[in-house]
Ligand binder design. Structure first.
Ligand code: ZN
Length: 306
């Protein structure tokens, strides 16, 4: 049986590097993005225009976007928190802007100092400017599977935010398990209820591996119809004491999971490992990904029948 392919959205240069313990030098960021652009990825989130005081590791957003080489057919996106960030991003060759709001009032308040409603109404100006400038928009719903302050998140909240994004002209909504609280059963419930698309907007899955369930959650999401997955090269996004330990699901492990099941990702694993090695060289230490250590299974001459 032929299985549907997936689209991988690489978020390592943004979601990953913003949390690493050390500053990833600008030239290395550019080299990483250029390397990732050669792997077959069609979507790469390269940086963030959140204020450098909040995310000092990505203070070089402008230099990165202006210094990297854009490969044909690849969409490069950047996270923007507000209109000022949007306007700065529009001075660069970025293709897509990503907006974010939490599904939890408390988390949104702690994260950006305002209510969900205020976040969403603030997006109207950003969306107008971005769309006028010919950029596409992506929307994140963070803490969509659970919040460390509020616990369970009502699906109705996620639906409302997705609908608000749809009205703004967002082309895809990514549901984020920001603090690694999801489990495969909950993930299945969410995608079964919301569908692969909600009100015509495709839904992506964004899992963090904080409790080791990231790949299991990705499998559950695939089984229930999700076809777009966010992941991070080398599992970037660690905590100060362990490189890569709490990052997004590693892109190479996601690719291995899917390709072993016969699900095409469009990525060249050998090329992807060159990007992983670049991350490892810059950060030192060991990354959290499995295939980084083990490679992919060697089936010799006998390929498994899928
Ligand atoms: Zn994330």
């Amino acid at each position: 049986m032929k299985l549907d392919p997936i689209t991988v959205v690489e978020v390592g240069p943004r979601d990953g590097l913003q949390y690493e313990s050390v500053f990833f030098p600008t030239q290395d960021k550019i080299a990483l993005i250029n390397s990732l652009s050669q792997t077959g990825l069609k979507r790469i989130e390269v940086t963030s225009f959140v204020h450098p005081k909040v995310i000092p590791h990505l203070k070089d957003a402008m230099e990165v976007l202006r210094g990297m080489d854009k490969a044909p057919g690849v969409i490069y996106s950047a996270l923007v928190p507000n209109l000022k960030g949007c306007q700065r991003a529009l001075e660069t060759p970025v293709d897509e802007l990503a907006l974010f709001v939490s599904a939890s009032q408390t988390h949104n308040q702690k994260n950006v100092g305002m209510s969900i409603e205020d976040s969403l109404s603030g997006f109207a100006d950003i969306a107008r400017e971005a769309l006028t400038a010919g950029k596409s928009l992506r929307g994140y719903v963070i803490t969509a599977f659970g919040c460390p302050y509020e616990g369970a998140i009502a699906l109705a909240r996620v639906e409302q935010i997705t609908e608000a994004y749809a009205e703004l002209g967002v082309r895809e909504v990514s549901l984020g398990d920001t603090t690694g609280m999801a489990n495969p059963r909950r993930v299945s419930e969410v995608f079964e209820q919301l569908g692969r698309e909600h009100r015509g907007i495709p839904l992506a899955a964004h899992f963090h591996n904080s409790r080791g369930l990231g790949l299991a959650n990705a499998y559950a999401a695939y089984q229930t119809g999700c076809r777009v997955f966010d992941s991070s090269v080398g599992g970037l996004g660690g905590c100060p004491t362990a490189v890569g330990a709490m990052g997004n699901i590693p892109t190479e492990d996601l690719v291995n999971l899917m390709e072993e099941m016969g699900v095409s990702t469009g990525l060249d694993f050998t090329k992807l490992m060159e990007s992983v090695q670049l991350v490892q060289r810059v950060l030192g230490g060991e990354l959290a990904s499995y295939t980084c250590k083990q490679g992919r299974p060697n089936w010799g001459a006998v390929q498994p029948k899928i």
